[in-house]
Design a binder for this molecule. Structure first.
Ligand SMILES: [Zn+2]
Length: 116
């Protein structure tokens, strides 16, 4: 059985783990089905999955956490009808636990916004 290395997760996988792509020399897509699925669903590359951001919406006095800031801001605007004017990222980390702890702490101490 032939193998191919996925350009996303860098795992060697059997060819049937890749969708057919006749435009490519190998006859298969560069990304394995698993990575492709993630990409289609989440709209971004899985390797960025582990970057967490704590952000702040000054107009809403709102603290939140996300790993896809653009997507979250769009959701806030369209679904939650929040005013994202002047939003800022407080923390960017690869450690999900740290991000959770910081977010929880900020909520616990009743963080309601920056004052300058
Ligand atoms: Zn993959």
């Amino acid at each position: 059985m032939k193998h191919q290395k996925c350009s996303s997760c860098h795992k060697e996988k059997t060819l049937d783990s890749f969708h057919v792509d006749r435009s490519r020399k190998s006859g298969r897509q560069r990304y394995c089905k698993e990575c492709k699925k993630f990409f289609d669903k989440e709209g971004y590359h899985p390797k960025y999955k582990t970057k967490y951001m704590i952000y702040y919406l000054p107009k809403e006095r709102y603290i939140g956490m996300t790993y896809n800031l653009k997507r979250r801001m769009t959701a806030h605007k369209q679904r939650h009808h929040r005013d994202i004017t002047g939003y800022r990222v407080i923390l960017t980390t690869k450690h999900e636990k740290l991000a959770h702890v910081v977010e929880t702490l900020l909520h616990l101490i009743g963080f309601n916004g920056f004052r300058y």
